[in-house]
Design a protein around this ligand. Structure first.
Ligand code: SAM
Length: 214
């Protein structure tokens, strides 16, 4: 899939979350939606799956509740969001949490620029997020990422999130990320992810998702 289409997917999920904020619990998703995203989403509704806003709303709600609960208990903890896209979790959690977001370079650059605008204009509360630009499909990048993350994490407990990411990765890249996480996580840490089980490979919706031109 082309890099622009991968970034489009990060916009698209926010349109799906923004359609029903009382379900997704994401009051900021609309900030990442523009006319192009709405157009793409219409095509997605028609050509792939018309009810994804329910699935995406529930997904966001589930991960938000998980992160909030994890960080309610005191401790030296850090949130690492791999393939973070334009998610808003550090802004949705009322108390600031230590956060690292990792994504492709052009996604990270765009997000940093927009966050600066949104916080200056008061649309988002101020949060201190550390960004790392990486291509998970590049083994050199992943080796470098492990060292960078180790510097941040040290002996802290961590919650790693891979949301809407696994099906974009080569199987070898996915295995490398899981190894990286095993190397870095201390006891009482959490790994949260969504994935499509292999038996759904030929499901009609998965087929349509693979061939859609965003
Ligand atoms: C469907 S979006 C999901 C974004 C976000 N996690 C969410 O749930 O809104 C997929 C994300 O994975 C990132 N991604 C895909 N392939 C990647 C790769 N090889 N390396 C780094 N990030 C990648 C994309 O840039 C995009 O932000």
């Amino acid at each position: 899939m082309a890099q622009s289409a991968i970034a489009d997917s990060a916009f698209l999920v926010n349109e799906l979350r923004a359609r029903n904020p009382s379900l997704s619990l994401d009051q900021y998703a609309h900030l990442w939606v523009n006319d192009r995203t709405r157009e793409i989403c219409k095509t997605y509704d028609q050509e792939v799956y018309p009810d994804d806003e329910v699935a995406l709303g529930i997904r966001n709600r589930f991960f938000f509740n998980l992160i909030e609960t994890y960080f309610q208990k005191p401790g030296d903890k850090i949130f690492v969001n791999l393939g973070a896209g334009f998610t808003n979790y550090p802004f949705l959690i009322r108390t600031p949490i230590k956060t690292i977001e990792v994504d492709l370079p052009h996604v990270v650059d765009y997000k940093k620029q927009k966050l600066s605008e949104f916080t200056k204009s008061g649309k988002l509360p101020v949060r201190d997020i550390n960004f790392i630009a990486t291509d998970f499909n590049d083994s050199g990048d992943v080796a470098k990422l492990e060292k960078q993350l180790l510097n941040y994490i040290g002996n802290s407990e961590s919650l790693f999130l891979l949301e809407g990411l696994t099906y974009y990765l080569k199987p070898s890249a996915f295995r490398s990320l899981i190894e990286l996480i095993c190397n870095l996580q201390k006891p009482n840490s959490v790994l949260a992810l969504d994935y499509w089980p292999p038996h759904l490979r030929n499901h009609e919706t998965c087929e349509k998702f693979r061939i859609i031109k965003l």
